[in-house]
Write a protein that binds this ligand. Structure first.
Ligand code: FRU
Length: 509
């Protein structure tokens, strides 16, 4: 039975979403129907569909009174909206239905989310409580169970915060349900708690899998924890890389830490999203972290969450925005998009990410420029546009800097600059239509591979996602450049050999 609050949200979004002109929306990224979206939630496969929920305020373009919005897709590219799934309509979640996850169990769609409530004490001081709650449904309608909350902070080690305890990620392994959740330890910094259950309703605290100890920011949000699909070492094209069965003990713990202080190249200031790669002694639930890797070196990326596809691929999606900058075009009634879903594998101790292969179904006729010497700024017929899959490979030495300018006309440009000497790729959106004095540039190391640098750039109206060297490092950023700026231009300080291939992306709705 849906509550008044949920019905209201459903009616509101039905009325408002259709008012957004279709050409305003990104072509192949999921955007919020109306209002505000943040974290991806409940990314799962249920009865033949991938479902994705999201943190959602239908009523305005800013964060408020979190609901769960809902969409589904069969190919991870073309999405269909479903009615909002959860509203903040119970005592234990009256302040907000925060992030969580979903699985299919016994033909039912099970959601585990954070319920937030706020109470005022006698002195008017606000006390926040975050607890984990269950809702069960059929893919459209969900019931919160009477036993809620199913996990509260009293299970956590002594001194852990009752206020910061959220974002459970649920999975089933060897017949047991597990969930990881973000929490704040007695020292005030982040920790990831592991819980287990046999029936989804009664939960036990198992262990703390990893902790910040004030080294990697403060609160750790939005964890995910999964076994790595290993990729054979050394080979080049992703198609050519034989995938090996998951190596039993390598696991990736994803965290989204807050209040991080920059440390090049893996950490930038503010909210980050990180892959903690390590090995997991399953029997004793001991995770040993080996590496910390930025999940995305760009400016607008947070709270990634994964699902295991029916064919075994690990697919990751993230919120394409930064809490600190909150960029969106002026005058829009919708504010929020997700990244393109990405296939995740591990090679040589690093997580690799590439756009899901389903995107290729939407490739139009390619335009190719082969073995071209690029020096003075040059553009090529047919290589332009704001919705494209652009693949660039450069080879050679002594070229100095190589620049790809995107979303370009006489007034605007967004630049990707590769500096051969430092092996660093920089994204610069200073001239990309922004009206706020926000951070405009970010860099990542991209070492040459066999003397080459390969960039795959996904453009979709307001976003630029760059996958370097077959997904070894990725950067995602937003731009608000007027759409008529659709030129693409290449140049290099001393001249370089380039191969360029551009697929327009064509989605008919
Ligand atoms: C991360 C986050 C989560 C929380 C949600 C609230 O972006 O702060 O920790 O569940 O957003 O909307």
């Amino acid at each position: 039975m849906s509550s008044e609050k949920l019905n209201r949200a459903r009616e509101y979004e039905k009325r408002e979403a259709v008012l957004v002109p279709e050409e305003q929306r990104p072509a192949f990224h999921l955007s919020v129907p109306t209002g505000w979206m943040n974290d991806p939630n409940g990314f799962s496969f249920f009865q033949g569909w991938y479902h994705l929920f999201f943190q959602y305020n239908p009523y305005g373009t800013g964060w408020d009174a979190m609901h769960w919005g809902h969409a589904r897709t069969q190919d991870l590219i073309r999405w269909e909206y479903l009615p909002a799934a959860l509203a903040p309509d119970e005592d234990y979640d009256s302040f907000g239905v925060f992030s969580g996850s979903a699985i299919e169990e016994d033909g039912k769609h099970v959601l585990l989310y954070t319920g937030v409530s706020e109470k005022e004490d006698a002195d008017g001081k606000k006390e926040v409580r975050q607890v984990q709650c269950l809702a069960v449904g059929d893919g459209v309608d969900y019931e919160k169970i009477p036993e809620n909350p199913v996990i509260d902070a009293s299970l956590l080690p002594e001194g852990s915060s009752r206020e910061d305890f959220r974002d459970p990620k649920l999975w089933k392994e060897d017949g047991i349900f597990y969930a990881v959740a973000g929490s704040r330890a007695a020292d005030g910094s982040g920790q990831i708690a592991l819980f287990s259950s046999e029936d989804l309703k009664n939960w036990k605290f198992v262990t703390i899998l990893d902790r910040s100890e004030n080294r990697i920011g403060r609160m750790w949000e939005c964890p995910d924890f999964f076994p790595a699909e290993m990729q054979a070492t050394g080979s080049q094209a992703p198609e050519a890389q034989a995938t090996q069965p998951p190596e039993e003990n390598t696991r990736v713990l994803i965290i989204s830490p807050q209040d991080v202080m920059a440390k090049w190249p893996e950490l930038h200031n503010g909210n980050n999203a990180l892959f903690l790669i390590g090995d997991y002694e399953k029997k004793n639930h001991v995770f040993r972290r080996h590496t910390v890797q930025s999940a995305d070196y760009g400016l607008d990326y947070y709270a990634p969450q994964t699902v295991e596809a029916p064919d075994g691929r690990r697919i990751l999606i993230a919120w394409m925005k930064s809490w600190d900058t909150n960029i969106f075009p002026e005058g829009y009634t919708w504010n929020g998009m997700m990244t393109v879903p990405r296939e995740v594998t591990v090679r040589d101790g690093r997580v690799l990410q590439n756009p899901v292969r389903e995107l290729e179904q939407y490739h139009g006729e390619p335009v190719c420029v082969e073995q071209k010497h690029v020096h003075e700024p040059v553009s090529f017929p047919g290589i332009n546009g704001r919705t494209a899959d652009l693949q660039v490979e450069i080879e050679g030495r002594g070229f100095g800097k190589f620049t790809v300018s995107l979303a370009k006309n006489g007034r605007w440009h967004t630049d990707l600059i590769y500096d051969e000497e430092s092996g660093v790729l920089t994204f610069d959106r200073t001239c990309s239509g922004l009206r706020r004095d926000v951070v405009c540039s970010r860099s990542m190391p991209v070492p040459k591979k066999d003397g080459k640098v390969r960039l795959r750039i996904l453009l979709d109206k307001y976003s630029v996602e760059v996958f370097a060297n077959d997904g070894e490092c990725v950067m995602t950023s937003l731009i608000t450049t007027p759409q008529e700026a659709d030129g693409i231009c290449f140049s290099s300080e001393n001249g370089v050999q380039a191969d360029i291939r551009m697929y327009p992306i064509e989605i008919s709705r």
